[in-house]
Ligand binder design. Sequence first.
Ligand code: AP5
Ligand code: MG
Ligand code: ZN
Length: 216
Amino acid sequence: MNLVMLGAPGAGKGTQAKRLQDMRGLVQLSTGDMLRAAVAAGTKLGTQAGALMERGELVPDELVIGLISERMEEEPDGPGFILDGFPRTIGQAEALDELLKSRGEAVDRVLVIDVNDEALVGRITGRYTCATCGEGYHTLFKKPKVEGVCDRCGGTEFKRRKDDTEEVVRERLNAYHAQTKPLIGYYTAQGKVRTVDGMADIETVQKEIDLALDGA
Ligand code: AP5
Ligand code: MG
Ligand code: ZN
């Protein structure tokens, strides 16, 4: 099953994608994570993308389409992909359709995680991740079981994203409303959309997602 996770910045795409990866064996492809890896590695692509990301703007379609296409080529046939943060424009959605078609596959489901804009700012400014394994946490909503120690890998170093300031979050939200939200219509027309209430707690959202995927 190939699944697209759609939702504003901070809606919980990455949190739920990681759970689906662990529970269903699907492969999470996050363009945000790939771009941050390129920035950290100091590649030419990373330099180009990093400046745009710090301002909360989208990077050009060709660039992210290239990243996704390379990653998909590395993956043989499997249980499917969870696309987290891609596609974000109609151009990217059309490119994804072509990429999957060349594998004899298609987008099967689109999960829209619906959260109101004001809640998102609080979610993002409280977020941090394990520097070793990338597990995500939140100062209020998802603390490690033992303070200062990662539940998943035992790591003790954590980091925050550069684009997680309130000012940049507002820009990212603008980009979401202007460029990404139209994708809901694109996929609704294909009968693929299931919407879950992302305002509930993490466990409840996870249960709703399971119902949306396993139900009709
Ligand atoms: P990207 O990395 O994709 O960021 P984003 O879309 O802004 O989304 P986030 O990762 O911030 O949020 P999320 O939905 O994953 O939430 P999370 O699960 O972490 O993109 C970053 C940048 O890269 C873009 O701005 C752009 O420049 C560029 N880019 C990336 N892809 C691109 C593309 N395809 N095209 C062009 N440019 C691209 O949750 C947030 C926090 O809330 C966490 O702390 C979590 O613990 C907590 N939380 C999660 N769920 C809940 C809940 N139900 N209740 C309470 N807290 C919760
Ligand atoms: Mg994310
Ligand atoms: Zn860890």
